[in-house]
Design a protein around this ligand. Structure first.
Ligand SMILES: [Zn+2]
Ligand SMILES: [Zn+2]
Length: 225
């Protein structure tokens, strides 16, 4: 690839981003980064077309590694850090401004607060309280048991009151070829900040399996750089 091809793709990617064509921009910018992982501009624009604040932050951190004086990235990162500090984890249900109405109260086995038996995540602490069984896909209600009637046990991945081993549980879903469920766990583990580059590789694999190519490319790129 010649430098002009790279700058062509970059210009096209920036144009797409400006026009609000986010997924097209993501694809083009991913191609630019595959050619030149040190492209400050590609990382900067990539940060504007990714969906989650954590992913946008990763991009801006890369910009600043390449050029610590990039003021746009410095400002963007400061804004994102403050957003990330107040935002709930991306997998948590949206928190309504009004007090949460709990239709079917149960006690969260992690934080002991009242949560709703119809919600996958605890309304108070955000931890998963309903998991699908890796073997038979039945819901496992963690406030009652960690074992599915089919015999599958999840106790190995669940620590009361600390939380779930999201990385290990993701691996269990992956073994069962349940890639959507695996991605949900690994995305959560990534958000919790453990084993970042290995998780990006795993997420790339999971997103490949569920046909989300742009997400897969993004995670593969981030994992290898
Ligand atoms: Zn809880
Ligand atoms: Zn089961």
């Amino acid at each position: 690839m010649t430098p002009s091809r790279e700058s062509e793709l970059l210009a096209e990617g920036i144009r797409a981003a400006k026009q609000g064509m986010q997924s097209h921009a993501r694809e083009l910018l991913t191609q630019v980064l595959a050619m030149n992982v040190g492209s400050e501009l590609a990382w900067l624009w990539m940060s504007s077309v990714l969906d989650t604040p954590a992913h946008r932050r990763d991009c801006l951190i890369r910009v600043l590694k390449i050029n610590p004086n990039n003021e746009i990235a410095q400002r963007g990162l400061a804004t994102l850090q403050s957003q990330l500090a107040v935002e709930p984890p991306p997998v948590a249900p949206p928190t309504p401004a009004a007090p949460v109405v709990i239709s079917d109260p149960v006690t969260c086995p992690f934080c002991q607060a009242q949560t709703d038996a119809t919600q996958q995540d605890c309304v108070a602490c955000g931890e998963h309280v309903i998991l699908s069984c890796p073997t038979c896909d039945s819901p496992v209600h963690l406030w009652e048991t960690t074992r599915c009637p089919c015999g599958e046990g999840l106790r190995h991945y669940i620590f009361f009151p600390d939380g779930i081993d999201h990385e290990g549980l993701g691996q269990r879903y992956a073994m069962a070829e349940r890639w959507e469920a695996a991605a949900r766990q690994w995305d959560r583990a990534l958000h919790d900040g453990s084993h970042i580059s290995m998780l990006h590789r795993k997420l790339a694999q999971a997103y490949d399996k569920i046909g989300k190519t742009a997400e897969a490319q993004y995670h593969r790129q981030v994992a290898t750089t």
